[in-house]
Write a protein that binds this ligand. Structure first.
Ligand SMILES: Nc1ncnc2c1ncn2[C@@H]1O[C@H](COP(=O)(O)OP(=O)(O)OP(=O)(O)O)[C@@H](O)[C@H]1O
Length: 577
């Protein structure tokens, strides 16, 4: 299985910058609001310093009152501005997330089906669910919180430098130690917490399984084995927890010390500066108050950094989808007519193992061609090539002279449709389900399409086209679901249909109903039917027999029967003759 690609650091950086650039005004507003809120927050300690200085110089009560009043106003302004900044920040995050999600969906829907099939849908599903959720937490919480904290740290340091540059330098004394321990921690934390999560999950699964299977365990005398494996799981979980505890027991004390140390150094240095008359007591108190405030945002940064890292990993996985070349072709060519030509086609799922060898066929507009042959002969593979899902290794599959792979997917679907046993009912209204095939179709056309395939039940629905289908709504049985799929085909109106065992999975009654609906859809179109039951072949204009990846016989039913080849013997054995 080939994995879907993952974007590199540079692409992730570019994507992030692109998101910020795309919403530049909002970003500027967020930045301005956070800066204002932080500035308002800085007023408090500064005013306290001024009050101390004023009191020292024998100021009267009214001066102190004014300064205290200003401090109150600053606190209120800080609260209001922070609220506005958070609101704007979260909205920015949500918009960025929505954009990424939509871009991911667009890219995912543009992916060549063959690529998705080869990578397995699980990978794509995980990216669409787990990674989008992880990115959501990053965009919604981690990024804004880190952003606020960085703004606060910068402003607090700036304020201390303004009070006195020497004190500013003191506030950086612990930075190298903090930087080193943070790097050390972040390098190990992700893996350690993932291991802890996995060990905890394993332990609870183990205990639950033991409890549920208690009787069986007793009967089969498996107790020692279960106790042993339970002990091992507990041991693993314990070791994983000790590991994360060890990481925290290094990070937190260093971080605590890193917060306290600059305050202590600043007080000592400040006292010296004061004794030289370079600094007032009020300024020293203000600087010390600022430095004690550094701890909060620094802790916050450390705490959210990990989430941001995992968000970046998710972004790399979401952006990775963009690395896959889509099916959208470089040049647009207009097919000349509806004729389908397969010429000299070779195809291999795995290099060196061709499953189609030099297949050539022409299907004229309106013809009915049945493809028959033993299992594994390559019929479905040929069907996929005709529908443009896979591209031939050598040779070409063209419609009206244009290779099917060169037609944009939308255009190709309007010409050629592959009908398989899958007839998915999408969650939504009946109208939504039909609009997938023709978004522009009105209610009348939809009604006609449903009537054409004999879906009379649709006319009796109380909510009509607005009836909700799928989970929580009305469930359709297999034959109705297939009628819905066929009505979609009528709306899409392709000139060619490739039927791959379209009715073989249904029960016989459903198959009969469906066959009638199918007959209505086939009317007037070119039909290439991968036939499992030979009466389909009997009714076709021509029959192609495939064996070992080659077309070995091609002609009308009667001709092939008369030729006494493979088809004739298949027909005889099927007919019991
Ligand atoms: N996704 C795949 N990956 C690898 N090999 C495949 C894949 N699909 C089919 N094959 C192989 O290609 C060959 C042709 O398979 P294909 O399904 O086209 O035959 P078929 O004639 O349609 O058979 P059936 O009637 O059983 O569906 C078989 O050998 C099959 O094992």
């Amino acid at each position: 299985m080939t994995h879907l690609p993952i974007a590199g650091r540079r692409e992730v950086r570019l994507a992030t910058v692109g998101l910020i650039r795309g919403d530049r005004r909002a970003m500027a507003a967020v930045l301005a609001l956070y800066c204002s809120a932080t500035l308002a927050g800085l007023a408090g300690p500064w005013l306290v310093g001024r009050i101390i200085d004023q009191v020292q110089h024998g100021a009267d009560v009214s001066t102190v009152d004014v300064l205290a009043g200003a401090a109150v106003v600053a606190v209120i302004a800080q609260i209001l501005l922070t609220r506005a900044a958070r609101y704007a920040g979260y909205r920015f995050g949500e918009r960025a997330l929505a954009l990424l999600r939509e871009r991911f969906m667009d890219r995912a829907l543009d992916l060549p089906i063959a690529t998705v099939e080869r990578a397995g849908t699980g990978d794509l599903m995980t990216r669409a669910s787990v990674d989008v959720a992880a990115l959501g937490t990053s965009a919604r919480d981690a990024a804004p919180e880190i952003f606020i904290s960085v703004v606060q740290v910068v402003f607090i340091l700036g304020a201390v430098v303004v009070i006195d540059p020497v004190l500013g330098l003191c506030s950086l004394v612990a930075t190298p130690a903090l930087w080193m321990v943070a790097r050390w921690y972040l390098r190990r934390a992700r893996e350690a917490y993932l291991a802890e999560g996995a060990a905890t999950t394993r332990l609870s699964e183990e205990l639950a399984a033991t409890a549920e299977g208690a009787r069986t365990i007793e009967v089969l005398r498996m107790r020692p084995a279960r106790v042993g494996s339970g002990d091992r799981s507990i041991g693993t979980a314990f070791a994983a927890r000790v590991r994360t505890l060890a990481l925290r027991s290094v990070l937190f004390p260093v971080a605590e010390a890193a917060h306290a140390f600059p305050v202590a150094v600043a007080l000592v240095v400040g006292a010296v500066l004061m004794s030289h008359g370079r600094l007032s007591l009020g300024s020293l108190v203000a600087a010390a108050l600022y430095l004690t405030r550094l701890g909060g945002p620094v802790d916050w940064i450390l705490q959210w950094m990990e989430t941001l890292q995992s968000g970046a990993a998710s972004l790399a996985r979401l952006e990775g989808i963009g690395r896959i070349p889509t099916t959208v072709p470089q040049q647009r060519a207009e097919p000349d007519g509806d004729r389908i030509d397969v010429s000299g086609v070779t195809y291999a799922y795995h290099e060196g193992h061709d499953v189609l060898h030099d297949v050539s066929l022409s299907v004229r507009p309106g013809e009915r061609l049945a493809i028959v042959g033993p299992s594994g002969a390559g019929k479905s593979t040929l069907g996929r090539l005709l529908a443009g899902i896979d591209t031939p290794g050598r040779g070409s599959v063209t419609v009206g002279g244009v290779p099917v792979g060169q037609l944009p997917p939308d255009e190709l679907r309007r010409r050629i449709a592959l009908v398989t046993q899958e007839h998915h009912v999408f969650l939504g209204t009946l109208r939504d389900n039909l609009a997938l095939a023709a978004a522009e179709a009105g209610d009348e056309r939809m009604g006609q399409a449903l009537a054409a395939v004999g879906a009379d039940w649709a006319a009796d629905l109380p909510d009509g086209l607005d009836t909700m289908l799928g989970a929580g709504g009305m469930t359709l049985d297999a034959s109705r679901a297939q009628q819905l799929a066929l009505a979609r085909l009528v709306l899409a109106d392709p000139h060619t249909l490739i039927l791959d065992e379209a009715t073989s999975m249904l029960d016989p009654t459903a198959a009969r109903d469906t066959e009638r609906s199918l007959a209505a859809v086939l009317e007037g179109r070119t039909v290439i039917a991968i036939a499992h039951r030979l009466h389909t072949a009997h009714d076709a204009d021509r029959v192609a027999v495939m064996e070992h990846g080659r077309v070995t016989e091609l002609g009308a039913h009667d001709e092939l029967v008369a030729a006494s080849g493979t088809y004739a013997s298949l027909w005889r054995s099927w007919h019991g003759g």
